[in-house]
Design a protein around this ligand. Structure first.
Ligand code: UD1
Length: 369
């Protein structure tokens, strides 16, 4: 098989790395396309080094722009690559703008070139259409030939949309990377490097537009973090979007009591997550990583497209709409339950073998073409 794998933004890199390895092991030809949606060393370059990712064969260098402009730029530049490579499969992962843009291009070229589209992490739904990721997920799934699902809850979502015929359950490929990298992440000892004690700090990440693009919403969360910082060290690797907005809204003084660090690489982040007493986040990936690591997690969103992290994992939603008291109560509740051992209870298929199952699913679909 000739496969183009697409990665565009930070949460894509850890999903693509094990798939590229598994494709190589099975003797298939792979082409890595980086759309350039994320481009800074902290958001992109360091992940390539940490994850032993090869240099991309193509970098589309689209950069930051409005959703529409970014999607359009990826589409225009990706078309050239697909026409050039003529792959059997284009494989897209996750739910970022690059995912949907490359999915649409593949679907448009399918009749002429015969290329097919596989979506890794298919079938997740938040049912919140204001989230750009929900649009990206639903559109990508609708035009895919093969829907590779990470958890059992994806199947009924796809069935409701009449798409379950294309679905194959493969498990969570991000956990392949987590389990592969955990020993070296631990040797990085990021808490030690920051001079903070393991199990004594709270790790926070924040970047969803609904939380950080509006001053009232960002103020509530930062007020809660300031309160939390009176009880525990609060470590906040700060996303560029959040930093930009905190300054624009005059909320930068709220950052002073927090231990703000620049966005960190994959191993450093895994080390910080593994060592945290609890995590507060609006990221999808961290909800899953804390579930496997057994670290209590409070998700600062109205809903999650990853319900298995609540029913089987260590995740809980903070009461919505967010208030300082609600966030503090959710944090105290999470702390009261405390940590589990790594891998003590995880959703089925979150076992480090998902990439091999993805390649097997591509091979099976190719042979039944
Ligand atoms: C994107 C994804 C989101 C994912 C997140 C992880 C979409 C719709 N959103 O959101 O699903 O969870 O990545 O980080 O695809 N910036 C830099 N350097 C970079 C990249 C971005 O400084 O390398 C700044 C720019 O000012 C940019 C802002 O961050 O405008 C937001 O970046 P963007 O890629 O538009 O969205 P994210 O919020 O990162």
């Amino acid at each position: 098989m000739r496969v183009i794998a697409v990665a565009g933004a930070r949460p894509n890199f850890m999903k693509v790395a094990p798939i590229l390895r598994a494709l190589r092991t099975a003797g298939h030809a792979s082409t890595l396309v980086h759309t350039g949606q994320h481009y800074d060393a902290q958001m992109s370059g360091r992940f390539f080094a940490d994850l032993d990712l090869p240099e991309p064969d193509f970098n589309l260098e689209v950069g930051s722009a409005s959703h529409t402009q970014q999607t359009a730029k990826v589409m225009e530049r990706f078309e050239t690559v697909v026409r050039d490579i003529r792959p059997d499969w284009v494989l897209v992962v996750g739910d970022v703008n690059s995912t949907m843009a490359c999915a649409l291009v593949t679907a448009q070229l399918r009749p002429a070139l015969g290329c097919r589209l596989a979506h890794v992490e298919a079938g997740l739904r938040s049912h919140d259409w204001d989230m750009p990721e929900e649009l990206n997920r639903a559109v990508t799934d609708r035009v895919s030939d093969l829907l590779l699902t990470p958890s059992r809850d994806a199947q009924p979502n796809l069935a409701r949309e009449g798409l379950d015929g294309q679905a194959v359950f493969v498990g969570n490929v991000m956990i392949d990377t987590l389990l592969h990298q955990l020993p070296s992440a631990r040797s990085v000892d990021m808490p030690g490097r920051l001079g903070i004690e393991r199990d004594r700090y709270v790790l926070v990440t924040l970047h969803r537009p609904s939380n950080v693009d509006e001053s009232g919403a960002l103020r509530v969360i930062l007020d809660a973090l300031v309160q939390l910082a009176r009880e525990r060290t609060v470590v906040l690797p700060l996303h560029p979007r959040t930093l930009k907005n905190a300054i624009a809204f005059g909320l930068d003084a709220h950052l002073t009591p927090l231990r703000v660090v620049e966005p960190v690489g994959y191993r450093e982040m895994l080390s910080l997550t593994d060592g945290a007493a609890a995590v507060l986040t609006d990221s999808g990936g961290l909800q899953e990583e804390t579930t496997v690591l057994g670290v209590p997690c409070v998700t600062l969103r109205a809903q999650t497209e990853r319900p298995a992290t609540i029913t089987e994992g260590t995740n809980r939603l903070a009461p919505w709409p967010l208030t300082v008291e609600g966030i503090m109560d959710a944090w105290r509740g999470a702390m009261a339950i405390g940590r589990r051992r790594v891998g003590e209870r995880v959703p089925v298929g979150w076992d480090g073998q998902a990439a091999a199952r993805i390649v097997a699913a591509l091979e099976a679909a190719t042979s039944t073409k």
